[in-house]
Ligand binder design. Structure first.
Ligand SMILES: Nc1ncnc2c1ncn2[C@@H]1O[C@H](COP(=O)(O)OP(=O)(O)OP(=O)(O)O)[C@@H](O)[C@H]1O
Ligand SMILES: [Mg+2]
Length: 273
């Protein structure tokens, strides 16, 4: 399958800080690429650069090629803002770590989901947008979606709010979903449910995913391939299975050593990365 997104030699500077130092990676059609690395390694900065969501203090260099639209590759760093807005949400969607801050607390959940549907389809009537929103909420297993349409974000649990964000991200059937630590704020049981849901939606819709986490165990559950980031550079990429069992790079080994397992000696402190 062909490459959908190609990040080529991207550099990101915030003033004197060089957060990303020539990172390259590619996401193929329909695949889940896991991006792992310790805190501050540049994972979020790289993801935000794809949709030009870094603030004006960021200096970005390199190429970010998108092949998911009609008419060949475009460089997301070069295309006009209006063209990028059409790609954002419709061809490439993003979900973030914190479900509460990403939802508007004073607008009903149903309306927020319906607005996502309407944002990229001018001809959609209010009734059609509502029907589409309810279907999207049902698809992410919000119980009693039609009745809960008029509820506000605080009336849902953390796991349900994350499901709502997934519904919003996927309502326009994007080709690529960028998920930046989508389960980190959730407890382990809810985290497992969300991961299973993402895997199911990915299979059903042939969605490609760039799945970011500092947690290798989580990435190992969803990703076919993995890229390991350290200090702004990709140090290792490969099949997730190989990488988790036979890491080539010392840094990947140290990341793995930091993951507690059933065999970890709990009397000893965790290995320091
Ligand atoms: N808006 C910003 N202004 C200044 N520096 C920033 C900004 N955003 C990120 N950085 C810096 O860039 C580096 C990479 O940050 P980034 O958020 O990409 O890390 P990360 O790998 O996503 O970490 P985490 O796992 O904690 O989310 C860090 O040193 C961070 O302090
Ligand atoms: Mg981050």
């Amino acid at each position: 399958m062909g490459q959908l997104l190609e990040i080529d030699q991207v550099r990101i500077r915030f003033g004197a800080t060089e957060a990303v130092r020539g990172a390259s990676l590619a996401v193929d059609e329909g695949e889940v690429l896991g991006l792992v690395g310790e805190s501050g390694s540049g994972k979020s900065a790289t993801a935000l650069a794809v949709l030009r969501l870094l603030g004006s203090t960021a200096r970005v260099e390199g190429k970010i090629l998108w092949r998911g639209g009609e008419g060949g590759a475009v460089d997301l760093m070069q295309i006009p803002a209006a063209a990028l807005r059409r790609i954002r949400g419709r061809e490439i969607a993003m979900i973030f770590q914190e479900p509460m801050t990403a939802l508007n607390p004073v607008m009903t959940v149903g309306r927020q989901v319906a607005e996502c549907a309407a944002a990229h389809a001018n001809s959609l009537t209010a009734k059609e947008a509502k029907r589409k929103a309810i279907a999207a909420l049902e698809a992410v297993a919000i119980p009693d979606a039609a009745r809960r349409y008029g509820d506000y974000p605080h009336q849902f649990s953390g796991g349900q709010r994350q499901r709502i964000l997934i519904a919003m991200a996927l309502i326009n059937r994007p080709r690529l979903l960028i998920a930046d630590e989508p389960t980190t704020a959730l407890d382990v049981t809810v985290q497992a449910q969300i991961l299973a849901l993402l895997a199911q939606l990915q299979r059903e819709h042939g969605l490609a995913m760039l799945f970011i986490s500092h947690d290798l165990a989580v990435v190992g559950q969803v990703a076919g391939r993995m890229a390991v980031m350290r200090a702004g550079q990709i140090v290792e990429t490969g099949a997730a299975r190989d990488l988790l069992t036979h890491p080539q790079h010392a840094y990947t080994r140290s990341l793995l050593a930091a993951v507690p397992t059933m065999k970890t000696d709990r009397e000893k402190p965790l290995a320091v990365v």
